[in-house]
Ligand binder design. Structure first.
Ligand SMILES: C[C@@H](O)[C@H](N)C(=O)O
Ligand SMILES: C[C@@H](O)[C@H](N)C(=O)O
Lengths: 168, 168
């Protein structure tokens, strides 16, 4: 299918921050990232899936050393993110020990082939996929950092590639 | 922060397919994309957020003309995706009329600034953000296709850019 996979990289020392119960109406994603931007917090991945019953989760990954500052910036606005503007239903959850594994390629528009191979290799090695975020040239997954080295090795082998540890 | 936003593109005629209730254990993402790959279905975005109570949603976008074939490929394996391997809790939902708006840049690692501006511009114009998927060089959101032209115009203006309608 003309896909060329060019590299695999692993970014460690990440934490994932998930805000659940965010109102699925205009303005709420802006509020979250406005607060983070004002606090000068560098964010890596942002993932949001579709909503159920008018609310959804918004997750982001960042360096674990910045997680506390991100939490402080977000705690202040949590209640505003609820559909009624004032609920205890909006929660924030932070988990350290996350690694991001990225497969970079070109021509990955018909991604199901590369994605399916990547996900199969991880599955065969017992590595759970926590989050998935893709673009035309990149498939990124977050996994448990404890499985990071194993995952990077088996994916590198599966695609016959050189491993390129990403400098965080 | 050294970020350069280089272009905005809009991809129309997309549908989003969401499989909900997928077991959050190794092998399930592989099963989904294996089935799609075997049916030669071209997938654009893949988005998966963290799980709650051991299950999560896996969403993908693709050309609306391919949505029916994707649904057929997935219906056959739905029950296998449940935590107990045999449940009626796994559902598939397909919605047409989706557009993907992408902002391409370099140096977007500290993405909260660009993301916050993109999300604010959309919010100010009443455009709801359905899904978000990012990488270091790209922030992609899915929105209602009916708001696609408006969204592309206001984002292009906000970043002072030339609009580049992506050829699907
Ligand atoms: C959930 C959040 O992304 C919301 N849909 C918004 O547009 O801001
Ligand atoms: C939900 C799905 O991604 C699962 N965690 C897997 O690894 O296959």
């Amino acid at each position: 299918e003309g896909v060329v996979v060019r590299g695999v990289s692993l970014l460690g020392n990440q934490s994932k921050v998930t805000i659940s119960g965010v109102a699925d109406r205009p303005g709420f994603a802006a509020r979250i990232f406005g607060a983070l931007s004002e606090a000068h917090i560098r964010v890596d991945m942002i993932v949001q899936n579709v909503s159920h019953t008018g609310v959804t989760d918004v997750s982001l990954t960042l360096a674990t050393e910045d997680a506390k500052r991100a939490e402080d910036a977000l705690r202040g606005i949590l209640q505003e993110l609820a559909p009624d503007g004032d609920s205890d239903e909006v929660k924030i959850k932070i988990a350290a020990g996350v690694a991001k594994l990225s497969v970079v390629g070109i021509g990955m528009r018909s991604q199901s082939g590369v994605a399916s191979r990547l996900f199969s290799v991880l599955a065969e090695n017992g590595v759970n996929i926590q989050m998935i975020s893709t673009s035309e040239i990149l498939i990124a997954v977050t996994i448990d950092e404890a499985e990071g080295k194993l995952a990077a090795r088996v994916v590198h082998d599966a695609f016959g590639l050189a491993l390129d540890p990403e400098k965080a």
